[in-house]
Ligand binder design. Structure first.
Ligand code: CU
Length: 107
């Protein structure tokens, strides 16, 4: 009897953990644009997470992965939020300064 109760308790615990790990709470990540660089240049997030780009440089930048996302022109101090709704690897650039590159992996 005691064994049965502990098995039931274990089953409930496993179900509970399973439910938690299958649906992590969405997180918000930050990418700073600073010194003509995306920081961090490589970011891994989960589907449903938000990625906030903030331009700290005195010149405008953007973050564009052609056909996938486009921040539009970000003036100094401006932010743009990307909702990572699709899995995949996104290789983006700043179209004003194409040597500025970053990567977001959505898993
Ligand atoms: Cu730029």
């Amino acid at each position: 009897m005691r064994r049965t109760i502990s098995m039931i308790a274990l089953s409930i615990a496993v179900m509970f953990l399973g439910a938690c790990s299958s649906k992590p709470a969405p997180q918000t990540h930050t990418i700073l644009i600073d010194g003509f660089k995306f920081q961090p240049a490589l970011l891994t997030v989960n589907v449903g997470d938000n990625v906030v780009f903030t331009n700290q440089d005195m010149v405008p930048h953007n973050a564009v992965d052609e056909g996938k996302f486009n921040s539009g022109k970000l003036e100094q101090g401006k932010s743009w939020t990307y909702l990572a709704k699709d899995k995949g690897t996104f290789d983006y650039i700043c179209t004003y300064h194409p040597n500025m590159k970053g990567h977001i992996v959505v898993q």
